[in-house]
Design a protein around this ligand. Structure first.
Ligand code: ATP
Length: 461
């Protein structure tokens, strides 16, 4: 596809690099496609998103258990789950001139054709019929399936024996530990197992910043229910996902639920909703997925491993639980958060850019500055205030570069909700009434208020 350019998205990508959120992976060596490195502020934002997610979906609930499985798993896991087969491959075509490779379904989508579920022959026929060319205008090869699993080798074994894969999703780590969690925690039905971690997919055409990358983080839950209760539990979890999207600060008009039509569902799924975000320049596309996967996964692992995946009720009845799977990509969430927060307005007659991040997500909650950095009394007092706030909140910035106006701009651009400035009034030399008071400046409005240092922690909560 000809990648759609959007001013806003370009500005966000540029801000991300300039201000230390996200850098191109292996930057000094010309980059490595489909990889991105998170800088100091990106790490902070990601950490906040993951912390809030874990709090909402695990710590604040009684029915969720955490897990952190190994990235490299026994290859039999991926054979049983179907990932080594055609089920986890994308149709690929090659530009016959440049040898560049593209997702055939994406090229068709750019021509308003939905290729979901089509055979390679059907894809080839459509490409020929519609005269579809590569984005460079050249002829395309026939389509073939390209498996997305990253292969590696374990230990010193040669040949296929030592072949392993980097996990393409965190979900299978949960299924293969289902029995371990049952045996160690004796959970009551319904319950979920949650995991946050890296996943790897050898995407044919990584693109659109963090949207389609080869190494990314997922936040996933497998929620185990009785078959007869899946619809009730599906609706409850759906509402939890809606609440999560709101907690990320995403506005209603930029999030929508796409009910995957029955003929596009994976063969084992009875219902799937894609939660989509309206990415600037791209439009609505998947932010997170939510699928009812029946008992497909546990059954497959039971058959392939010979380990029972049955849940035993207190009355002795046994059954294989059915599964609801909310699956979130961290990079897509971070992008949505940044897109939603990115704002341009006019302040004091100048255009200003700021990130209207929710306080619980902002990399820094507050920045502390002495009005002038060459006045030792101001610096000393500001350091005192900084220490108190740092102890309370942790994510507090010290900023004494340039003049105060420049500091405000800089903090606005990285989404710091509050700036606290220590000035001569704080020292109270001219007017004892203002002693030990500071200015709090609010990011969104630019408003300033005078607050006593002793009230500061309460005020910034
Ligand atoms: P898509 O259709 O966009 O390729 P998918 O349906 O294959 O996505 P899932 O397998 O449902 O995605 O993965 C769950 C979540 O993981 C997605 O909703 C997305 O947030 C994230 N994700 C999947 N693949 C990628 C990728 N290549 N880069 C970034 N995030 C991804």
């Amino acid at each position: 596809m000809t990648e759609k350019k959007d001013d806003k998205m370009e500005k966000i990508v540029s801000l991300c690099k300039r201000r230390g959120f996200v850098f191109q992976g292996s930057d000094i060596y010309g980059g490595l496609r489909g990889t991105w490195d998170y800088g100091p502020l990106g790490v902070a934002l990601n950490k906040n998103i993951k912390r809030e997610w874990w709090k909402m979906f695990v710590d604040d609930r009684e029915d969720m258990y955490g897990l952190d499985a190994a990235i490299i798993m026994n290859s039999k896991v991926w054979e049983a789950s179907g990932h080594t087969g055609a089920g986890f491959a994308d149709p690929m075509v090659e530009d016959l001139e440049t040898k560049e490779r593209f997702r055939a379904d994406h090229l068709l989508k750019d021509n308003d054709i939905d290729a979901e579920g089509m055979s390679l022959e059907e894809i080839d026929a459509l490409i020929a019929e519609k005269g579809i060319k590569s984005p460079k205008g050249n002829d395309l090869s026939q389509a073939r399936q390209f498996n997305l699993m990253f292969e590696s080798r374990i230990g010193a074994t040669a040949g296929d024996e030592g072949k392993v894969y980097l996990r393409p999703e965190t979900a299978q780590g949960i299924f293969v530990n289902f029995k371990n969690v049952l045996d160690s925690m004796s959970p009551k039905m319904p319950f979920g197992i949650a995991q946050v971690g890296k996943a790897f997919r050898n995407e044919i055409a990584p693109r659109e910043f963090l949207f389609r990358v080869r190494e990314f983080e997922q936040m996933e839950i497998e929620y185990f229910v009785k078959e007869s209760e899946w619809e009730v539990e599906f609706e409850k979890l759906r509402l939890d996902i809606v609440a999560w999207n709101k907690h990320l600060g995403l506005s209603d008009e930029n999030v929508r639920e796409f009910e995957v039509p029955e003929n596009d569902l994976a063969h084992y799924s009875k219902r799937t909703i894609d939660f989509e975000y309206n990415y600037p320049g791209k439009g609505f596309d998947e932010l997170a997925g939510f699928a009812y996967r029946t008992d497909h996964d546990l059954k497959n692992h039971m058959e392939a491993s010979g380990t029972t995946m049955e849940y035993i009720e207190p009355d002795g009845s046994r059954f294989i639980p059915h599964v609801l799977e909310p699956s979130f990509g961290l990079g897509r969430a971070l992008t949505a958060v940044l897109c939603e927060a990115y704002t341009e307005d006019e302040m004091n007659g100048e255009v200003r850019t700021y990130l209207k991040l929710p306080v619980h997500l902002a990399p820094y909650r507050v920045a502390v500055s002495p009005l002038l950095k060459n006045k030792p009394q101001l610096v000393e007092k500001a350091r005192e205030v900084f220490s108190v706030l740092k102890k309370e909140y942790g994510n507090v910035a010290w900023d004494d570069n340039g003049n105060v106006g420049k500091r405000y701009r800089r903090q606005d651009e990285i989404g710091t909700p509050y700036c606290v400035v220590i000035d001569f009034d704080t020292l109270g030399e001219e007017n004892p009434d203002t002693k030990d008071t500071v200015t709090i400046r609010h990011r969104d409005t630019g408003e300033q208020e005078r607050v006593s240092i002793s009230d500061l922690i309460e005020k910034l909560k």
